[in-house]
Design a protein around this ligand. Structure first.
Ligand code: PGA
Ligand code: ZN
Length: 427
């Protein structure tokens, strides 16, 4: 049983305050987790409770810390850490607001994940095994999505599109994905340097996007794949997070870099052109979170060829996944535990996706830390895919490196590889 829950303020990869929780059990087991933080957030996701005001630019988390130490802690003491759903239900009773604004989604997610870790420690299992057993799933090492160029809200909107990523579904192992990614990442850097356009990195460690158009980033990515000795679309494919809510509302979009206004149909045509021209296998949030008609149209036109992921559109919410499946909008969901607020709700969203035969991608946030829970969640749920950001900076690399350690425990034969992309042109 849980004997103590203790929160503390720590700091994330952007230098902002965040929350860490220690959960201690009667048998001495410790579970510890840290809340991440997004920058391009969906309006329907659980909120980070921040103090506002002028101290620490309004970003301090004293109120959320108090939620943990004063409100949550006494309510969880005595509960079993093995009963994750009972713990999460208690958290939801304490804050029934849909976006967790009372306790703070940041307070809840750090607590919920810390309890998950404590349950694993008590059962003397690695976290991935605990997750697989708890939710009766077959574990597998996920296929990564790895950012080469950052953009959008993670790069001062230097380009409109948020993530230019590669996937390596043709790799034989997780290790090989990372080797090929290293080659592509540095090839991209060499190309930028040769044009005098190397200007550091964006929030998640991808190269800063000094481009004259959004499409130029795509062209450069293809060249980088070639320079790395790979044939684009053979072993290596492209994945984009458009994060369209960041540059459009009510079916009206504005690509700032190209100074171009578009309606939903024009944006869909533009992305369709890119799908026809480049080896794109996956697209996230191609239209805005409020553009249901656009998402239905996009899925109708391209759902048989590419993976269409709802992130801001679905905010890791099982009800929204079910509704989107009924609408035939999207065919995959991004799973961010802090969008939901608790582990149980995030797993519900995953289960809804699985029931619909959708893809599921466990994902980090742009504000991250040394916490490696998501490497274990992706593996333990056997969801097949993991999105973490780029291939530099330790808050990213710690997640990829953790997968290497997990692979030693689980065996390399369990790498999801291209099977994660079945139903696309690649699969
Ligand atoms: P965020 O973005 O973590 O900044 O919200 C990540 C994403 O859109 O996938
Ligand atoms: Zn996204």
């Amino acid at each position: 049983a849980i004997t103590s829950v203790r929160g503390r303020r720590v700091w994330d990869s952007r230098g902002n305050p965040t929350l860490e929780v220690d959960v201690i059990l009667e048998d001495g087991s410790l579970g510890r987790a840290i809340a991440p933080a997004g920058a391009s957030r969906g309006t329907r996701e659980a909120v980070d409770l921040r103090d506002g005001g002028s101290n620490l630019r309004g970003m301090d988390v004293a109120q959320a810390l108090e939620s943990i130490n004063k409100t949550i802690a006494p309510e969880l003491v005595g509960l079993s850490a093995n009963n994750q759903s009972a713990v999460d239900d208690r958290l939801l009773e304490l804050d029934p607001s849909p976006i967790k604004e009372t306790l703070g989604g940041n307070a809840m997610v750090a607590t919920s994940l810390a309890v998950l870790h404590a349950g694993a420690a008590s059962a003397k299992k690695p976290l991935w095994r605990h997750v697989a057993d708890l939710y009766d799933q077959t574990p597998s090492i996920p296929l990564p999505e790895i950012q080469i160029f950052g953009g959008g809200a993670h790069a001062g909107r230097r380009v409109d599109i948020q993530d230019f990523m590669i996937m390596v579904p043709g790799a034989q192992s997780f290790d090989e994905v990372l080797e090929i990614t290293n080659e592509v990442y540095f090839a991209a850097g060499d190309i930028m340097a040769s044009k005098g356009r190397l200007a550091g990195v964006a929030d998640e460690g991808g190269w800063w996007p000094v481009f004259d158009s959004n499409e130029e980033a795509l062209e450069t990515l293809v060249k980088a794949i070639e320079k790395a000795g790979e044939k684009p679309g053979a072993r290596v494919a492209i994945s984009l997070d458009i994060a369209a809510s960041e540059f459009g509302q009510n079916g009206k979009y504005r690509l700032a870099l190209e100074d171009k206004a578009m309606d939903s149909a024009e944006l869909i045509d533009l992305l369709g052109n890119w799908i026809d021209t480049y080896p794109i296998v996956s697209i996230e949030d191609p239209v805005g979170e409020d553009d249901t008609d656009g998402m239905i149209e996009f899925t109708k036109r391209f759902g048989e060829r590419v993976q269409i992921i709802g992130d801001d559109y679905l905010v890791t919410n099982a009800n929204l996944v079910e509704a989107a499946n009924a609408d035939r909008a999207c065919n995959a969901v991004l799973i961010k535990v802090n969008q939901a607020g608790t582990v149980s709700e995030a797993v519900d969203a995953f289960a809804a996706a699985k029931k619909s035969d959708w893809g599921a991608i466990v994902s980090a946030r742009s504000g991250e830390t040394e916490d490696v829970s998501i490497s274990h969640l992706a593996t333990g749920l056997g969801c097949g895919q993991l999105k973490v950001g780029s291939f530099t900076r330790s808050e990213r690399m710690v997640k990829w490196n953790e997968c290497l350690r997990i692979q030693e425990q689980l065996g390399s034969g369990t790498f999801a590889a291209g099977s994660a992309l079945k139903g696309t042109w690649w699969g």
